[in-house]
Design a protein around this ligand. Sequence first.
Ligand code: CA
Ligand code: CA
Ligand code: CA
Length: 133
Amino acid sequence: MTIAAASIIPATAQAWTAELPDPMDFGVVYEKIAFEAADTDGNNLVSEGEFARDAAAAFSGLDRNHDGKLTSEELGSPDPKKFAEIDANGDGYLTFIEIMNYKMKAFRAADKNNDNALSFDEMVSAVTAEVNK
Ligand SMILES: [Ca+2]
Ligand SMILES: [Ca+2]
Ligand SMILES: [Ca+2]
């Protein structure tokens, strides 16, 4: 998050985004923190299972009313284009399945050497690709 972007997000949103990785954010800001948090066995690789577990934890943290769906309100101020991209059925909610489909596609795209795990470099280049898209 740039300083300019942070200043337009309400303080309440900042408080919870500071605690949890945003499931829509592939780690643009929190790259290293997010990577280390996801790598639960500390082998410097985020496996598919670790990645999915991390996404699930982020999802349940953001789903404040626990209805199994994320609204754009629960997400703070998501990029509307990205929100629409993840919202596969266009109903204005992001379900866990929709998020996981998106995240696992990103995971596979980022896994350059096809070992079903992301190194930190692989994750960073995925983030860079996402930002420059
Ligand atoms: Ca690991
Ligand atoms: Ca949906
Ligand atoms: Ca890999």
